[in-house]
Write a protein of this length. Sequence first.
Length: 473
Amino acid sequence: MDSKIKTRLMKRIESIVGPENVTVHETDTVLNAHDAWPLSEAKIRAGESLPLADLVVFPASTGEVAEVLKVANEMEIPVTPVGGGAGTCGGTLPIYGGIQLDLKRMDKILNIDHESMLITVQSGIVGIDLEEAVNRHGYTMGHTPTSLRASNVGGFIATRSGGSLSSLYGKIEDLTLGLETVLADGSVIRTKAVPRHSVGPDLKQLFIGSEGTLGVITEATLRMFPIPDERRFRSMAFPDVHSGLTAIREIFRHVTPSLVRLYDPEDTAMFVANHFDVDEGDCMLMLGFDGTPAENDLSESKSVEVCLSKGGKDFGEGPSKRWWEHRYDMYYPNRLTTSGYAIGDTIDIVATYDKLENVYYAMKKAMEEHDAIVMSHFSHMYQNGGSIYMIFFTNQPDAETAWATYRRIWDDGVAACLREGGTMSHQHGVGLSRTTYTEGDMGSAFDVLRRIKKVLDPKGIMNPGKLGLGVRD
């Protein structure tokens, strides 16, 4: 950015949020230059520099966000919203510089409606802080992504986040009743927080999953649930993926567990067999049940009955309970992702049951052709289908080979997913890692999204280059 333009921009932004809430210091811009995208982290370890914002702005209110966007729109300055910086797809990287709008100061609980079991919060509140706050009133949000301690509500909504208990409680789009959003020109829109309506299209869904490309989410009204009387676990081992998936499909015809995770043989060997005596080649199914003791008795007994009828072997609560107690561990770096030119990543896809198994085998074959270690688990399962976490690791002799191999694994893995009828993201969003595949995934509907972007953000300032939208010259 030209120094004169930067100086003028700084003065105008400082007049809105105060000089103490604007920074151009290298330590701040470098810190905010990446999220938890494995490729950006690997590049940093290899000594490469990432694109930096020209300035980082910390607004405290919807009004301040609106005024900042008015200035940015007038001066045609790119704006990249950022919350906790916990995303895994590069969605908050400021690839065109400009303003990084950091929402961490907007972390207030604005209202708790005990009658309706709703809570209204600013979008910068961190997930664990929100969960602990509602716990004190006897509620849970039912939303427990692995990044709960490092991510916030705005990020959940912007990426259509899912938690490990989404089978019962739903994903963030199911939990969000109302939104306040600031558009590129600074105008503020609010959608009513009602459980259902028939007044035209549900416009809040336009911004859920928009990743800051259509506006900045500043407030949200979310559902809460009573803390269940108990949470119970059960674990069953199956001889193969097919029998495990067959059991899951049958379970959902009768009851709805809160937790459903089926590990393939490789994932079982890596994360279960070290602690439990599992036969080689087996697949571990982890189940959880939330409710009253009577409700859990029914759900658990029916699930066990189904599993045993499909060839399952009962492992009690052990593997599932251990996973629950260590569920945050995988979010943080480990030796598989930090040694040499190693990169590990996850392609989280979703498909209906009639396609799910074919998608799994097609992706696994395509990704392993690049000498990648691939392990998978089926999680976030629902009545009609579910998600697969296709986890891969590759370690190459140099950075150039590592980056190229990483991209080939992604290209061929996503191509296999789409070819077999899957969708390339269940909860991690699009960001940069998937942006080139978005049009292929959405098909003819992508042109509608492109037109909406043009209307709401005609100057293309909002998080350009993400979600397949708004690449700037």
